[in-house]
Write a protein that binds this ligand. Structure first.
Ligand SMILES: Cc1cc2nc3c(=O)[nH]c(=O)nc-3n(C[C@H](O)[C@H](O)[C@H](O)COP(=O)(O)OP(=O)(O)OC[C@H]3O[C@@H](n4cnc5c(N)ncnc54)[C@H](O)[C@@H]3O)c2cc1C
Length: 430
């Protein structure tokens, strides 16, 4: 969905014709962040933007806004570069975004592997293959560590004049009514940063939104983890070149793909209850659960782990609550978490930040707030794929269903191409 179309659809409301003067005046009284604000402040290249989180969503948004001349501060909790839990499969459609961001060639030169097909296998090794060529892009996906990818994006942001504070976390939020006025960033030093627009790109932590919701008196969010995920890098993995292996095992699924420097990424996710039952130690889970998959066992035979395990718990999937503060927007996993087996979380982060950058830099909105415009565009762009993934996730964790689905899809090229496309934008499948 292009932003041009979104703008047209978010124009006159309630069947009334759009009279800029009347609507802007009315809205200015009603809201702090309204269409006039969109025009005079957000559309104003001197606007100050604070982005929390320098994963693909935050860094790519920083690059896009800096390119348009905005004054951007990017705050990242970790000291970069750093390893990050992820399957490190960069889907083919992402390369177009990287070209726009000015990092495509750098990323391709870092030794990652080009992935031409993804094989999905059930526990017994029965499988089907999806070619990278059916997705929009250049016919291949890229497998590259997040250590390199995220570093490269952050360097690009710095080169464009973004003020980057890494090793610094967004700790507190100060507000005036329904708008954030400043955030407190805590690193080696403590700093208060004033801005006009604030963006939560802190991933599934949604740290900035949660801090802002606390100030707005919102309910705290707590819940039991639904799933636990683990990741490591290994050497001497036996994997067909150019292939990403996705395999199912009782209670979960995982992936193996070659990355740079002769290493491979192993990442798996399983139901939290199953992991607890087996002891929740990654090496034990690998032996007792993951290697029940014939594919995993065969790829990993004789492999050596070269890094510590990274682990995260996953509390929810899909769309997250909308921020209460009117000048706070969420992007990437902080806005919605799509199921990892689609290999499209990073793509969604890149697409979402493009959507948001287009809205922030637009100067010709109708009488809608920036949040309303973004929400509507977000639902149009990602609603269907999030619904499809929610159904697939439920199926993936049921006993026997992955095996049956893999058998059925194995004999239906149209079915699997349709499914691959449905987990992405509407125009993605060929
Ligand atoms: C098991 C698993 C496997 C996956 N495999 C793939 C895959 O193969 N391909 C794919 O495309 N996607 C995959 N994903 C999804 C992908 O990792 C995410 O969709 C993607 O990282 C989202 O990017 P982001 O920028 O929104 O968030 P993140 O990449 O999570 O970045 C958020 C950043 O915010 C920082 N941060 C957190 N709190 C604060 C704070 N208080 N202040 C400042 N900074 C903060 C973090 O340190 C982090 O650097 C996988 C996810 C999981 C769980």
């Amino acid at each position: 969905m292009s932003i041009r179309a979104a703008k047209v659809e978010t124009g006159p409301r309630n069947g009334r014709e759009y009279d800029p003067k009347i609507h802007e005046t009315v809205n200015v009284r009603r809201h702090r962040i309204d269409c006039l604000f969109v025009r005079t402040k957000i559309g104003d290249r001197a606007s100050r933007v604070v982005i929390a989180g320098a994963g693909p969503a935050g860094s790519s948004l920083a690059i896009r806004l800096a390119h348009y001349g905005f004054d951007v501060t990017l705050i990242e909790r970790e000291r970069f570069p750093r390893h990050k839990l992820c399957g490190e499969f960069i889907s083919p459609e992402s390369l177009g975004h990287f070209r726009d961001l000015g990092v495509r060639d750098d990323l391709l030169s870092l030794g990652g592997q080009r992935i031409y097909k993804t094989r999905f296998s059930n526990r017994k090794g029965r499988s089907f293959v999806i070619s990278s060529g059916i997705l929009n892009g250049e016919g291949f996906a890229l497998s590259l560590s997040r250590y390199e990818m995220d570093r490269c994006l952050m360097e690009r942001a710095k080169a464009l004049g973004v003020r980057v504070l890494d090793g610094t976390r967004v700790a507190n939020v100060m507000a005036d009514g329904e708008s954030i006025t400043r955030v407190e960033a805590v690193g080696d030093e403590r700093e208060t940063i004033i801005a006009d627009i604030f963006v939560d790109a802190t991933g599934r932590a949604s740290a900035l939104r949660k801090a802002a919701d606390r100030v707005a008196g919102g309910p705290g969010e707590a819940g039991k983890p639904l799933a636990i995920a683990f990741k490591t890098h290994l050497e001497s993995v036996r994997i067909e070149p150019g292939t990403c292996e996705i395999f199912f095992f009782p209670g979960g699924y995982g992936g193996i793909t070659s990355i740079e420097a002769g290493l491979a990424n192993l990442c798996f996710m399983m139901r939290a209850s199953k992991a607890r039952e087996l002891g929740a130690d990654a090496d034990v889970l690998l032996r007792k659960a993951v290697c029940q998959s014939r594919t995993a066992a065969s790829c990993l035979e004789g492999a050596d782990r070269v890094r510590d395990w990274l682990a995260v718990s996953i509390g929810s999937f899909g769309r997250t609550p909308r921020p209460r503060m009117r000048n706070l927007l969420s992007v990437g996993d902080a806005a919605a978490f799509i199921d990892p087996f689609t290999g499209s979380g990073m793509l969604m982060a890149l697409e979402g930040s493009k959507l948001l950058a287009d809205i922030i830099t637009s100067t010709s909105f109708g009488p809608v707030s920036i949040q309303e415009a973004y929400d509507a565009a977000f639902a149009r762009a990602f609603g269907r794929r999030l619904r499809v993934c929610s159904l697939l996730r439920r199926a993936a964790f049921l006993p026997m269903v992955p095996s049956i689905a893999i058998s059925l899809l194995g004999s239906s090229p149209r079915g699997r191409n349709y499914l691959a496309g449905a987990t992405r934008s509407e125009a993605a499948s060929g």
